[in-house]
Design a protein around this ligand. Structure first.
Ligand code: SF4
Length: 187
């Protein structure tokens, strides 16, 4: 059996503890502390569990495309190839602008939203774009679980939801009677 002990660091949180990965015949079997590293001779349980994460049966290994609308009981995830995912680069995408979807939006200067197929899209926002609006832009990078669109917007449609978001209120829809007469005294 070929056993390698490879020094490195754990990337499962920002502490970046020094560690030694034990690889037997090409398979990661253990992650141990590296006493020569400044973080000392310890490693938390999450770091030690790295082999279980790497080989977990439900770990996502391919890009997925949603085929049912967001909110549907079954998202209908469909596996697509890496090539198919990369083909999205350069294609236009329509995005319903969301709020709170992009954890790093503050740092990247982007905004985030959902494409029609439910995929998360991080795009370069411009002044005047509000959560609830709809924008059209072009995909510049396709990650396994989200798209990036760093070019200029092709279109920006202001919506009532965007107006409400800007005003800090909920949009309301005028009453629809569906042909039924109102009950009560005539106006
Ligand atoms: S070993 Fe634990 S504390 Fe250290 S980087 Fe990994 S997850 Fe973070």
């Amino acid at each position: 059996m070929n056993v390698e002990r490879i020094p490195g660091f754990c990337a499962l949180c920002r502490s970046r503890c020094g560690c030694i990965s034990v690889v037997e015949d090409g398979r990661l079997v253990a992650v141990e502390p590296d006493p020569s590293h400044p973080t000392g001779a310890s490693l938390c349980v999450k770091g030690r569990a790295a082999p279980e994460l790497v080989y977990a049966s439900d770990r996502l290994l391919h890009p997925l495309r949603r085929t049912s609308p967001k909110g549907a009981p079954d998202p209908g995830w469909e596996q697509i190839s890496w090539d198919e995912n990369k083909k999205l680069v350069g294609t236009p995408v329509e995005v319903l602008v969301a709020v709170g979807e992009g954890r790093k939006d503050g740092a990247t200067g982007r905004m985030s939203g959902r494409a029609r197929d439910g995929r998360l899209v991080h795009f370069t926002g411009t002044d005047g774009v509000r959560p609830g609006d709809v924008v059209e832009t072009v995909v510049t990078d396709a990650k396994p679980h989200f798209l990036v669109a760093d070019g200029a917007l092709l279109a920006h449609r202001r919506t009532r939801a965007g107006d409400a978001s800007e005003a800090g209120t909920r949009p309301s829809t005028p009453g629809i009677l569906l042909g039924m007469p109102r009950i009560g005294a005539p106006a």
